[in-house]
Design a protein around this ligand. Structure first.
Ligand SMILES: [Zn+2]
Length: 432
C-alpha cells in the first residue's frame, strides 16, 4: 500500500499525459481508418474467406490499412523516476492484483501487447467519462482505458449511431484497465485495450449522476434464458449492433445466442447487406450488453489478433441448432449445480482461466516493463490492495443476473415436459 501512495505523483503525471493525448486535435486521433458503414465494401470482405467455424479461435492478424495508427508515441514524464526495485517473481502478487492495482497508464508508446485474454496495454488512453454521444458507466472500476484506436472507434461509433441510426447514445461498460492485463473481477479478455462492452440499454437524455452510473442496471434483452424479448430488443438495437460491426477494424462482436438468432431474423431493418452478421458471434452472457473486439492494428508488433471470421453469416438452421443445444446443455449443468444457465463458464474456473489470471510470468515479457513503467513498484504477495483496486473489485455487476432454472423449468426447456412456465431474468444479480 505504502509503495503505491509514494508513486502517486508519478501516476498523476501519467494521467495528465493521457488526458493530453485525448484532448489532442480531432485530426490527430480521429484518422481515416474508420470507414463509414455505408461506404463501398472495403477490402476486408475479401479476407472473410476462411471456412466457417462457430468457435472463437486464435490465429493470424487480419489488419490492413491501419499502418498510420501503429504506435502513436506519447510523451515521457518530465522527471525520470527511480527504477523499480527488482522484486523476485515469487514475491509478486497474482497478475490480476498487479494490474488491477494500477491507477494510471504506462507512459510508453501505445501498444496492445499479447492476446485478448493474455496480455497488457502500454500507452493506454482514457475514454472521457462524458462525450456528446456517450457516458461511461461504473466509473469506479477505472476500466475506460484502451489503445488509441479503440477510443477513436468508440467516439466514432457513438457519433454515427446517434446521427445515422437514431440511437440516443452509448452507455459504455468495461474497456480495459489503465495498463490492461487480467482484471480482479469479471472478464478473462479485455486485456490489451482492444475490447469494449457496450450496453444495449439506450442512454437517457441527461447526464447521469455518479451514483446512477454505479447503481443503474442494464436491461436484459431476454425474456427467458433462450429467447429475446421483442419488447426491449427493438429495431434500434439491431441497427446499433449492425453499425458497430460495420467498421473494418472490428474483428468480432459477441452477443448472446438468442440475440444472434434475433439479429438473423430481423437484419432487414438495418439494410439488405447482411455480411456484417458474419462478425457477430454467439457467446454466453452477452444479453444486456454486446462486446466489440477490434483487430490488432497493422504494424503493431507483438499484438496477437484472432483469425478473421469466415464469410458465413451463421444464420442457418444448423447454427441455431448447435447453439440451442449448447444453451440447453449448460442450462442442465447450471441447474444441477445451482449456477446460472447463461453464464456457466465464468462460474466454473477452467484450467486456462486460472492460468490467465495467474502470474505475471505467464503474460508476454514486455508486460513486466508495462507494469513498472514510470517507476511503479508492483504489489507483492500479502500487500493490501490499494483503494483503486478495492473500488473496482466491489463495484456492482453492470447487468442483471440470470436465473437458475427449477427442475420443472429445465424439463420444459429440454422439451421433456409440455407445460408453460415463465423463466424470468431477475433485475439484479443476487450475488452483488
Ligand atoms: Zn466484454
Amino acid at each position: 500500500m505504502r509503495r503505491l501512495i509514494l508513486s502517486l505523483p508519478v501516476l498523476i503525471l501519467m494521467v495528465s499525459v493521457a488526458v493530453a493525448e485525448v484532448a489532442s486535435p480531432p485530426g490527430a486521433l480521429r484518422p481515416q481508418h474508420v470507414a463509414p458503414p455505408d461506404a463501398k465494401p472495403p477490402k476486408r470482405d475479401a479476407a472473410l474467406t476462411q471456412p466457417q467455424s462457430l468457435d472463437v479461435s486464435a490465429g493470424d492478424e487480419e489488419g490492413e490499412g491501419d499502418a498510420a495508427q501503429a504506435d502513436i508515441p506519447m510523451e515521457l514524464p518530465l522527471r525520470r523516476p527511480d527504477p523499480p526495485k527488482n522484486i523476485p517473481a515469487a514475491k509478486l502478487a497474482p497478475a490480476n492484483d498487479l494490474f488491477g492495482s494500477v491507477a494510471g497508464p504506462a507512459p510508453l508508446a501505445a501498444r496492445a501487447i499479447g492476446g485478448y485474454t493474455k496480455g497488457c496495454l502500454s500507452g493506454g488512453v482514457a475514454l472521457p467519462i462524458n462525450g456528446p454521444d456517450w457516458q461511461v458507466m461504473r466509473v469506479s472500476r477505472n476500466r475506460n482505458w484502451g489503445a488509441p484506436q479503440l477510443i477513436d472507434y468508440m467516439e466514432r461509433l457513438a457519433s454515427d449511431a446517434h446521427a445515422l441510426d437514431g440511437w440516443p447514445g452509448l452507455l459504455v461498460g468495461d474497456l480495459s484497465q489503465p495498463r490492461g492485463g487480467p482484471m480482479l473481477t469479471g472478464h478473462t479478455s479485455h486485456q490489451i485495450g482492444l475490447d469494449a462492452d457496450i450496453w444495449l440499454t439506450p442512454m437517457p437524455d441527461r447526464v447521469l449522476t455518479e451514483e446512477e452510473r454505479e447503481e443503474m442496471t442494464a436491461v436484459s434483452m431476454l425474456k427467458d434464458p433462450f429467447t429475446v424479448d421483442t419488447e426491449v430488443f427493438t429495431d434500434l438495437q439491431v441497427k446499433l449492433i449492425r453499425r458497430a460491426a460495420s467498421y473494418r477494424q472490428v474483428g468480432r462482436i459477441f452477443v448472446h445466442p438468442a440475440i444472434k438468432k434475433a439479429l438473423c431474423e430481423r437484419a432487414d431493418v438495418a439494410g439488405k447487406n447482411k455480411a456484417w452478421l458474419a462478425k457477430v458471434r454467439p457467446w454466453w452472457n452477452h444479453h444486456y450488453h454486446f462486446h466489440v473486439r477490434l483487430n490488432c492494428p497493422s504494424g503493431m508488433t507483438g499484438c496477437d489478433s484472432q483469425a478473421p471470421v469466415s464469410d458465413d453469416i451463421g444464420c442457418d438452421a444448423k447454427a441455431f441448432k448447435y447453439w440451442d443445444k449448447k444453451l440447453k446443455i449448460s442450462a442442465k449443468w447450471a441447474t444441477d449445480n445451482g449456477f446460472s444457465p447463461l453464464d456457466p463458464i465464468r462460474r466454473r474456473p477452467s484450467v486456462s482461466d486460472r492460468k490467465q489470471r495467474g502470474k505475471l510470468k505467464d503474460l508476454p515479457k514486455a508486460c513486466k516493463s508495462v507494469l513498472t513503467a514510470g517507476g511503479l513498484e508492483p504489489l507483492k504477495v500479502g500487500d493490501t490492495l490499494p483503494e483503486v483496486a478495492v473500488k473496482a473489485a466491489t463495484s456492482k455487476d453492470a447487468g442483471p443476473g440470470v436465473p437458475v432454472l427449477t427442475k420443472e423449468e429445465l424439463a420444459v426447456a429440454l422439451g421433456k415436459k409440455k407445460k408453460k412456465v415463465s423463466m424470468q431474468v431477475p433485475e439484479r444479480n443476487p450475488i452483488r
